[in-house]
Write a protein that binds this ligand. Structure first.
Ligand SMILES: Cc1ncc(COP(=O)(O)O)c(C=O)c1O
Length: 435
């Protein structure tokens, strides 16, 4: 490189003119600006300073693979390694391999809601399924009803798309059932769909069949479809687990699911949309789902190609064992926390979470769930998620896929923490007198 005679430099024989350096900021798009993950927004605000004398016990991450105690069964691993030998390396239909769609249809087929491969759309995880369905039904003018407390991804997707949302409440005093009158009253002529989560993250609840039928009745009254987030389908500790699709006679249901939770492989990113539509009301929507799948040719072929073998070969004993262990974990936590006067654990019926209410009036210096979690981390190195993240104040969500000894230790530390901060202990006065 050498300086040229004029105002510039010569590089590889080309003359480059010197420009003043531009330092103005490049703007982000409204789409990027409005993409907010409420978990990140709140967790980033949290002051996380664990007590250096105690190991950090994380009860915050909804990923069953974190501790190595909930692993996929050997049949799942074998299905992928067998598929590796036979897989194609190319692009496959954007909404999934025919063999994969056939297998999912067969697996979830019921007499009341017969399914074929054309009712299935394979996606990149359940998150992608939810994104596609919300994108297909909602718009800037068409609102979607969401549960509160609810999984925060729904808000993220809606914010990114400019879809207006309205929240209906789940009632902790009533098994986290939906307040149906409120749900009914929130629906207007611009409502596109009701989204339900069953079993629930974060509540750990599972609706009774009667309640599911009552929800369907509200949707039917208004001619609305249901988006059913059923990623925890069949993860119910006792009794039956019915999908909204199999219970619905007249309401179109778009059920979103995937391999992440029941098969314990959240990182493998295979999900699906199952369309239940007995009166063919979703013919246009189906076209939209196909086109939206074509945007990224979603799910990776190696894993989706293994789905038929996974669904066929994993024995019932694996599912039963997972549920037994989750139920056992929930009983341990419940019995450890139930007698602590400052908090109130809610027994879960399914999924892999437990909600615990913080009785603010029982604490001397805890003003909300964020402060509770911050102090709990600082003093006891225990990290649950403040349920503010899910839209409900003064609860925390505990994850149950944690090894038993860690769960017990965490619960004991929580109880000690509550005792220490209780209004019943004149802590500060005692300190003042001493000094
Ligand atoms: C209720 C709910 N829906 C959807 C998802 C996302 O599932 P996936 O990992 O398959 O995208 C989760 C993950 O935690 C969830 O809890």
């Amino acid at each position: 490189m050498r300086k040229s005679a004029s105002n510039g430099i010569v590089q590889n024989g080309h003359k480059l003119m010197r420009q003043p350096v531009c330092t103005s900021k490049i703007e982000q798009s409204p789409c990027a600006e409005n993409t907010l993950n409420p978990i990140r927004r709140l967790v980033d605000q949290l002051v996380i300073n664990p007590n250096p004398d105690k190991n950090l016990l994380r009860l915050s991450i909804g990923d069953p693979s974190v501790f190595g105690n909930f692993n996929p069964p050997p049949q799942v691993l074998k299905a992928v390694s067998d598929n590796l030998a036979t897989t194609c390396y190319g692009y496959v239909p954007a909404h999934g391999l025919v063999s994969t769609r056939e297998a999912i249809a067969k697996y979830y087929n019921t007499r009341s809601s017969p399914l074929t491969s054309s009712d299935i759309y394979v996606t990149s995880g359940c998150s992608d399924a939810l994104r596609i369905v919300m994108d297909c039904l909602g718009s800037e003018k068409r609102n979607i009803l969401l549960p509160r407390p609810g999984f925060s991804l729904y808000e993220t997707v809606a914010g990114n798309r400019g879809i207006p949302i309205k929240f209906y409440d789940l009632d902790p005093e009533n098994d986290w059932e939906i307040n149906l009158n409120q749900l009914d009253s929130l629906i207007d002529e611009n409502t596109a769909a009701i989204l339900v989560t069953n079993p629930s993250n974060p509540c750990g609840s599972a609706f009774s069949v009667q309640h599911q039928l009552d929800i369907l009745a509200v949707a039917e009254k208004h001619g609305l479809p249901i988006i059913a987030d059923e990623i925890y389908k069949d993860m119910v500790f006792e009794g039956e687990s019915k999908s909204f699709g199999e219970l619905s006679e007249n309401v179109p249901v778009l059920s979103c699911g995937g391999l992440a939770k029941r098969w314990l492989v959240p990182g493998w990113r295979v999900g699906w949309i199952i369309v239940h539509d007995r009166h063919n009301r979703l013919s246009e929507v189906r076209g939209g789902l196909t086109r939206l799948c074509q945007v990224i040719i979603g799910s990776n072929v190696l894993i989706q190609g293994a789905v038929p073998q996974i669904l066929e070969t994993v024995p019932q004993s694996f599912y039963d064992d997972t549920l037994k262990r989750l139920k056992n974990a929930s009983e341990i936590v419940y019995s450890e926390l139930k007698d602590c006067p400052q908090i109130r654990p809610f027994k879960p019926k399914g999924a892999m979470y437990m909600m615990v209410q913080i009785k603010i009036e029982e604490f001397e210096d805890i003003t909300d769930d964020m402060v509770f979690v911050e102090k709990l981390i600082t003093e006891q190195s225990v990290f649950p998620l403040p349920a503010n993240i899910f839209g409900i104040p003064n609860y925390v969500r505990l994850v149950l896929t944690v090894p038993e000894d860690i769960l017990r230790e965490a619960c004991q530390r929580i109880v000690e923490f509550c005792q220490h901060h209780s209004v019943r202990v004149p802590r500060k006065k005692a300190k003042l007198t001493a000094s």
